[in-house]
Design a protein around this ligand. Structure first.
Ligand code: HEC
Ligand code: HEC
Length: 208
């Protein structure tokens, strides 16, 4: 191997050290596996019942983050009975395939343009990882731009109460008041471009 190629593969290895990058998801396989997921994640403004809040938008999210989230439901790090049932019986490869299909192309950061509105004071620490435009700065940090505000409120209160046990976010969420959470959720959900509801594939019967 040439020195150039060695250097190139080293850069690639350093830039993308995770398991996901080594076995990137296959959207075509994912489309077949994720059929039931679209019953909730493919319907605009679909809501979780008891308590009522919007089902998160996944389109435009980093697939690598979606896999981390699914593994957290599977392990119980995030407690949610429906999502446990939907994550429990898949392998990591199957989760990556579904995540890649449900996410589609990732929302790109908007370094050249201005964020929509003024970031609340309490969001000053958040932008280091979630960006001022709401686009997660690494594939492991979720994009928040365009996400349903009531889902963001739910997620942040879950980090506070221990329903979600991620140590990084438990720490940051613990410093927020209910008013901070509301303001931050409104700010990030207003950012564009942003996340969208996953697309449902056209039914096969529509083909001629
Ligand atoms: C009955 C409705 C329903 C079905 C079916 C469903 N989900 Fe979910 N999903 C939810 C809800 C509600 C949440 C938010 C849970 C929470 O509060 O943590 C969620 C959360 C998620 C998240 C985390 C998103 C984030 O931003 O952290 C991912 C990823 C996900 N679902 C993927 C899937 C996949 C893959 C399937 C199919 C195998 C699926 N879901 C099936 C309702 C559903
Ligand atoms: C050091 C980086 C970092 C900082 C700073 C940070 N976060 Fe996060 N955030 C993360 C990571 C990593 C996750 C995924 C955690 C998990 O797996 O549940 C996350 C998850 C979230 C989620 C859940 C998203 C979803 O789709 O379910 C919200 C909402 C959120 N962060 C808001 C905030 C807010 C508000 C702040 C500032 C008060 C903040 N974060 C600061 C790294 C960070």
């Amino acid at each position: 191997m040439s020195k150039f190629l060695v250097a190139l593969s080293l850069v690639a290895a350093l830039a993308a050290p995770s398991a996901f990058a080594q076995s990137e998801g296959n959207a075509e396989r994912g489309a077949k596996l994720a059929y039931t997921c679209l019953g909730c994640h493919g319907i605009p403004n679909y809501r979780n019942a008891y308590p009522t809040y919007s089902v998160p938008k996944l389109r435009g999210q980093h697939p690598e983050y979606l896999v981390i989230a699914l593994q957290a439901y599977r392990s119980g790090e995030r407690s949610h009975a429906t999502m446990y049932a939907n994550a429990a019986n898949w392998t990591d490869t199957q989760l990556a395939d579904m995540a890649t299909f449900l996410a589609g192309p990732a929302v790109q950061p908007t370094s050249s343009s201005q964020p929509v509105g003024k970031a609340p004071e309490a969001a000053q620490t958040c932008v280091a990882c979630h960006g001022s435009d709401g686009v997660g700065i690494t594939p492991q940090y979720p994009t928040l731009a365009g996400q349903h505000p009531d889902y963001l409120v739910r997620a942040l209160t879950d980090y506070q109460r221990g329903g979600r046990k991620n140590a990084i976010m438990a720490g940051f969420a613990s410093q927020l008041s209910a008013a901070d959470i509301k303001a931050i959720a409104a700010y990030y959900s207003a950012q564009r471009p942003g996340l969208e509801t996953s697309k449902r594939p056209a039914p096969a019967t529509a083909k001629r």
